[in-house]
Design a protein around this ligand. Structure first.
Ligand code: CTP
Length: 403
């Protein structure tokens, strides 16, 4: 379930071409179970009609502090008191300058100023031309707004409506949604560095062929996302998968088990948690050819010998930091049968305090899963659910174990 479900958000629009993205954001918020009250400035109404935003949000839009639909005629007080957060998207350069100075000459800025600062966070998604964004005045304003406790989201980079290219675009609706989900998630791993491996590895036979497995990487990516949402700095070492990088997560792409081991070795010393979800290939071809192996017409098949790959998790789990408890290691086991027995044996063999078992063929490539958490005391089941929800539960479980 989304951390946003059940929340009430006042979505403020100030003037900018990015208003069209606010329409998508409104829809995405509603889909996540949020009730949305839209407030628009006069400038915003030049880019988007209140009718559109009313139709999307299912609520009449407020545009003026003189709106007499409110019995006490105090829309700025009423709207801000009932909100879990005020999200201004797009936030124009001018609107941010107004916020900075505590000006209050339109409903949206008045409402931001009148909000109870401790209870109603203010989150703004800047949107403007790259020169306006880079201007020292804007950068000064952003820094001061952050110092004042306003949560200023990043800007996107790329083509702008004016024809220029650079920083200053408003984030896409789904990126803002992701940042809002993170904002509301409990910060159970705040200050921790978490290293996650995910996906299969690919072991080359020659430049065009190799052996790999059916792991999609979805569980590991969901865990990386959940750990980031929980406030951790996350490094994700990913085998060859076509999944988007979760926002805020540092991704290192690798192909083979040995590359994965090198990447893990480079990042593990600063980590407090290592979660090894990757389906590392157990073996690699003993001799991979630099050139494509050709048929010679004789009907003979190539003789492929194999050597065992390094066991990344077992190596890390037996390192001094892991043994001393400075690094908490979590292993995964993808089994086809006898899950409890295999997972229990594997936990001891790998030397990890927690091993997470799942039935591989049932889950590879799927969006849902069921997990069996095995530790020294026994096993606990996390019943069938989306991989993202299971990841959130697993991260909470790991945080509890770390105290
Ligand atoms: N693992 C690893 N390096 C390997 C093999 C596995 O780091 N070379 C990690 C996986 O990321 C997982 C755990 O070890 O966390 C168990 O992986 P799995 O493939 O289920 O176990 P294996 O040790 O390969 O045992 P088997 O294939 O015989 O079940």
């Amino acid at each position: 379930m989304s951390t946003l479900a059940g929340k009430h958000i006042v979505l403020g629009l100030s003037g900018g071409i990015a208003c069209y993205k606010a329409a998508e954001l409104c829809r995405a918020l509603m889909k996540s179970g949020v009730t949305v009250q839209v407030v628009m400035t006069e400038a915003a109404e030049h880019f988007m009609t209140a009718v559109t935003m009313q139709a999307l949000s299912g609520r009449a839009v407020f545009t003026s502090q003189w709106d007499n639909r409110e019995a006490n005629n105090m829309a700025h007080i009423n709207l801000s008191r009932e909100a879990d957060a005020i999200v201004v998207a797009p936030a124009s350069a001018d609107f941010m300058a107004k916020l900075l100075h505590g000006r209050a000459d339109d409903l949206l800025s008045l409402m931001c100023l009148a909000r109870p600062v401790e209870q109603v966070p203010l989150i703004v998604a800047p949107a403007m031309n790259r020169e306006m964004w880079a201007n020292p005045a804007t950068q000064r304003n952003v820094a001061q707004l952050r110092a004042d406790g306003v949560h200023v989201l990043d800007v996107g980079q790329g083509d702008q409506a004016c024809g220029e290219t650079g920083d200053g675009r408003m984030l896409e609706a789904e990126e803002i949604l992701e940042d809002l989900e993170s904002f509301f998630a409990p910060k159970l791993l705040k200050g921790k560095n978490v290293l996650v491996t995910a996906g299969p590895t690919y072991e080359a036979i020659d430049p065009v062929r190799g052996i790999t497995n059916l792991s999609s990487g979805k569980m590991g990516f969901a865990i990386a996302r959940a750990a980031h949402m929980a406030g951790a700095q996350v490094t994700l070492v990913a085998g060859p998968v076509h999944l988007p990088t979760p926002r805020g997560v540092q991704r290192v792409n690798v192909q083979s088990a040995r590359q994965m081991q090198t990447a893990v070795a480079q990042h593990v010393d600063t980590a407090q948690v290592f979660i090894s979800t990757a389906a590392v290939a157990d073996w690699r071809p003993a001799n991979s050819s630099d050139q494509k192996i050709k048929k010679d017409g004789s009907g003979q098949t190539p003789q492929l010998g194999f050597v065992e790959n390094p066991d990344i998790l077992a190596t890390v789990a037996h390192s001094p930091r892991a043994v001393s408890g400075a690094l908490f290691c979590v292993g995964f086991a993808a089994e086809s049968h006898d899950l409890l027995a295999h997972a229990t044996a594997k936990r001891e063999r790998k030397g990890v305090p927690l091993l997470v078992g799942n039935i591989g063929p049932a889950t590879f490539g799927q969006d849902d899963n069921a997990l069996l958490l095995v530790d020294v005391d026994g096993a606990r089941e996390l019943p069938h659910a989306s991989k993202q929800n299971l990841a959130i539960e697993l991260v909470a479980d790991i945080a509890r174990r770390m105290g």
